[in-house]
Design a protein around this ligand. Sequence first.
Ligand SMILES: [Zn+2]
Length: 467
Amino acid sequence: MTKYKIPAILIFAFLLQLTPLALIAQSVDTATLGHYQRIADDIIFTGLRSGHAYDILSELSVSIGPRLSGSPNAAKAVEWSKGKMESFGFDNVHLEPVMVPHWVRGNVEDAAIVSPGSAARKLNIAALGGSIGTTDDGITAEVLEVKSFDDLKKLGDKAKGKIIFFNRPMDRSKISTFDAYGGAVNQRGGGAVEASRAGGVAALVRSMTTMIDDVPHTGAMNYNDSIPKVPAAALSTKDAEMLDGLLSKGEKVSVKLRLSCQTLPDVESANVVGELTGSEKPGEVIVIGGHLDSWDKGRGAHDDGSGCAHVIEALRILKEMGLHPKRTIRAVNFINEENGLRGGKAYAAKSRPNEKHIAAIETDAGGFAPRGFGVTSDSLTFDKIARWSPLFASIEADRIRKGGGGADIGELGRQGVPTIGLRVEGNRYFDYHHSDHDTIDRVNERELELGAASIAILAYVLAEEGL
Ligand SMILES: [Zn+2]
């Protein structure tokens, strides 16, 4: 015994007197965390060693390809997803049918500057999803550029008969590209309504991306039943800059726009569901979801083939490891996130007797390196989940922040279910989003796999611990 050693009994008595309850609780947490840490490390190891995420994504985004709701490819994707879940031996694999909108782009889609003659050239456009078409002759009209709906209102009668060009860029100075997108996307969603309300004949919307290139980015737009419908198309950012250059010199610029897109009758489709049934509380469910549908531009690799691959692979890893969590983990490949959210709404509306949703996790931000999770819940629940962040530290996916979820699980959130979104490295997502750039070569195999592992870890701990 050295002179520095204090008898253990004295230390214990001292600690018992002074240690706050929180510290004792924390030491219990630390032991539990150690147990989960070993499982988390194994999940990551299993994924990196024998992961299937990239193969799953390849089947969906390369072999099937783009899969807009209502299209034959979307129907193929539903069948493929069911078959994939069955092939991995998931429990209770089934379809939950839902009617979805069926919008088609058609064969004619072009635009060109027709005057002044010196500036005549073709423009790179893509009809926005849900837009009406033009007549065969198209619409030829002078272009009026605005940066906001307020600008447009102030212009009054000047908008009459014009093609309204919404050209407020995504704010490049924002650190979060999702914030930048959120600050610009009302032009895409509401541009046609506001153009029509002002007396305009069509809406041309700068693509939602910070890249300056020739590729237009499509996406959903809305109409308002009390305002006449006018066609709407996205314009590539390079063309938006060029048009802005002409207009800011005071040129009168006229554009001809032709679109053959149209909305056909609704089509029956389905959400695809597969589970790892809980070993002790099967009626308590943790949903992990991504969406199966994509836009018809590109191949829906990041948006949201990666999310579908994440959730199928997460469940597959847990199965491969022979884990039997107490509560049910349910993988859902939702349909129709992009242009109607019918899948998410139908999932939440379906009667599920003897079942309770503990939490819902969505992955719809691309297949990039995972960085953590955003959580929408009460603060006690948030604090509990945040304490698990060390489990994700080895792959630098340990940033757990307030606020998160996803469009497909939004309705569950409104029913009071805590919602969680996988956060990933976000600088490139909008370079590809809803465009011909969204292809599998933009997805890194390891990053995709680590996203799946992150979801597997969180879903597993939630299924063991509950909330
Ligand atoms: Zn998406």
